[in-house]
Design a protein around this ligand. Structure first.
Ligand SMILES: Cc1cc2nc3c(=O)[nH]c(=O)nc-3n(C[C@H](O)[C@H](O)[C@H](O)COP(=O)(O)OP(=O)(O)OC[C@H]3O[C@@H](n4cnc5c(N)ncnc54)[C@H](O)[C@@H]3O)c2cc1C
Length: 435
């Protein structure tokens, strides 16, 4: 509090915020106070959540402890959930944090800033559909992914132990939304449920008993990607037995079923929502900052919020202009690019130089269909337009997205060692988590 150094406070240690805190700490942490605030203690790259949910990824191998990361990279980490902002006093208000037994760990606090970066990501959007928030699981955090996985393994064990015939909804999973997240989850689940059963749950017949379906309101899966890609993905999913319902609007989610607007009822023991996102509710009218209809903070091309030069927003929670295309899409690659851009802009700001505009470069989209394939389209100068990619090359590009994130957090030496350790572990441990 007595320091005269420039204070950068970053709220949200996700794909964008943690990369920014790490880079600032590494490069200028000796002369600038960098503080990262997150409501969790550990970070997992969100595009990995569907793998945790399906059980194909070992969480421990990919989790980053904020405290340790901060210690190694010369920034401070403070736990807590941002609940308010005082722009006059330039203070971020953070709620008290509690342990699992409800005991207070940290009190309600305020953190002063000279530069504030809000990077709190997004939540799944229930679009006000009845029953969604009560009966459909979400996939927003490590806890959600772990909960889903436990429910899935328990469903298999329950079905195996049962002496009576399976009820219509048993061992059926319905995924609402066939964007990248829904489609990736469907493919992973199809494989991992079979692996769980193969560990001796021989009274479950995977082909007849387990059914994964995806429900999409648009007329095709991956509606924001090129038609050819949608078709290739649809064909792959159908080939392995994932049921695809396109042009199907969800009217209501019931305790063990999904009711569609056309009256059909799809029984399902587990329902997951993966359709559309919105920024957290507390950003709506946050201290008079401008927000849009999905609660994103509206920012200028400099990534500064429209009404306050000292407050920046990046990643999913920012509505950043993308000339001719609307706003920058909520993707990990956008959060990464904005974090890297903002690193340089914070340096310029401290040096009293004018800020430069952010320009989003769309490198295309890649969708992992587990062991079946990876499909995607690549964009930009490298391939001269838009090119559809599939198979081993697409898989390599997909993996490189995560490697870029890991490189930004740990540097090349540690990432190489981690990767080797994971390859060895994969050869010796079960391929699917059973707990
Ligand atoms: C299952 C899934 C799969 C995905 N797959 C892909 C993919 O293949 N490719 C792709 O490009 N994108 C993908 N995405 C989207 C991508 O994960 C996001 O675009 C990206 O993580 C956004 O980064 P961010 O930094 O804005 O937010 P996040 O990475 O979501 O981080 C937000 C951080 O803020 C913290 N936080 C939130 N609220 C508060 C608060 N009030 N106070 C303090 N801390 C707070 C959270 O704990 C979190 O650590 C996927 C998303 C999901 C859920």
């Amino acid at each position: 509090m007595t320091s005269t150094r420039h204070r950068v406070v970053i709220v949200g240690g996700g794909a964008g915020g943690l990369e920014l805190a790490t880079r600032l700490g590494d490069r200028i942490g000796r002369s600038v106070d960098v503080t990262l605030i997150d409501r969790n203690r550990t970070h997992v790259w969100k595009p990995k959540l569907h793998e945790i949910a399906a059980g194909s990824m070992d969480l421990a191998a990919h989790e980053v402890e904020y405290l340790a990361q901060a210690h190694r990279h010369r920034f401070r980490y403070r736990i807590g959930e941002m609940i308010g902002l005082d722009r006059q006093r330039r203070e971020v208000h953070v709620a008290a944090s509690h342990d699992g037994d409800g005991r207070e760990v940290t009190p309600q606090r305020a953190f002063r800033y000279d530069t504030l970066v809000i990077a709190v990501g997004s939540r799944s959007n229930d679009f006000g559909t009845p029953g969604v928030s009560e009966h459909a699981m979400k996939l927003e955090s490590q806890a959600d992914a772990r909960r889903f996985h436990a429910c899935m393994v328990n469903a298999c064990i329950r079905a195996h132990a049962q002496t009576t015939p399976l009820r219509p909804e048993q061992l059926k999973v319905a995924i609402i939304g066939a964007g990248a997240t829904g489609v990736e989850l469907a493919a992973e689940l199809h494989r991992t449920t079979r692996e769980v059963v193969a560990y001796g749950l021989d009274r479950v017949d995977p082909d007849n008993d387990i059914k994964v379906s995806v429900i999409e309101a648009a007329d095709r899966v991956l509606p924001t990607l090129p038609q050819r890609l949608s078709q290739a993905t649809h064909d792959l999913l159908a080939k392995v037995g994932v049921q695809v319902h396109t042009g199907a609007r969800v009217a209501e989610v019931l305790r063990h079923a999904v009711r569609l607007a056309d009256g059909r009822v799809l029984p399902a023991e587990l329902v997951v929502r993966a359709a559309g996102v919105k920024a957290p509710d507390f950003l709506k009218d946050l201290a008079g900052l401008e927000s849009n209809r999905i609660n994103q903070l509206v920012v200028r091309p400099t990534l500064q919020t429209t009404r306050d030069d000292d407050v920046f927003a990046i990643g999913d929670c920012a509505a950043c202009p993308w000339p001719g295309r609307g706003t920058v899409p909520p993707r990990a690659q956008a959060a990464h690019q904005q974090a890297m851009h903002l690193y340089w802009q914070i340096r310029r700001r401290i040096a009293g130089k004018p800020l430069q505009d952010f320009a989003y470069r769309d490198f295309g989209s890649l969708v992992s269909l587990g062991e079946f394939s990876t499909v995607g389209n690549m964009m930009g100068g490298l391939v001269g337009g838009s090119l559809m990619v599939e198979g081993a090359f697409a898989r390599l590009m997909y993996l490189s997205l995560y490697k870029m994130h890991e490189l930004a957090l740990h540097g090349p030496a540690k990432v190489t060692l981690h990767t080797l350790a994971r390859v060895i572990a994969r050869r010796t441990e079960p391929h699917v988590k059973l707990h």
